[in-house]
Ligand binder design. Sequence first.
Ligand code: HEM
Length: 91
Amino acid sequence: MRAEAATSSSNINAAPVMTFPALLVPTAMSARPLHRIGTRTYIAGYIQNSPDNMADWIEDPQRALPGNAMPKMGISQKDARDIAAFLYTLK
Ligand code: HEM
């Protein structure tokens, strides 16, 4: 799956903590678990949940919602879209 490849590539800072399916497990580094993220109305409680907004969030969470606790991880726009597509399968 491309989403797995995207999150395990060595140029992404979050790779050690956030490879799938570890992404689904709540840890001290993450906020809420991502179970059923594909069904939620909002991303991070503020942003309308849509495929475009989800990809924008993953590419640069600080641009999407300045000051939130999720760091920018250097994920490309294409990888962010692939990861968002995967997250939308979590119903
Ligand atoms: C590829 C890696 C990652 C992906 C795909 C990802 C994805 C997401 C998504 C979809 C949300 C929204 C969740 C929701 O609305 O319930 C979220 C929120 C969050 N993530 Fe990540 N995340 C990643 C890595 C990280 C890392 C490395 C950290 C921290 C070191 C982090 C910290 C957070 C925090 C704190 C929030 C909640 C923001 C808020 O509600 O204010 N994430 N993440």
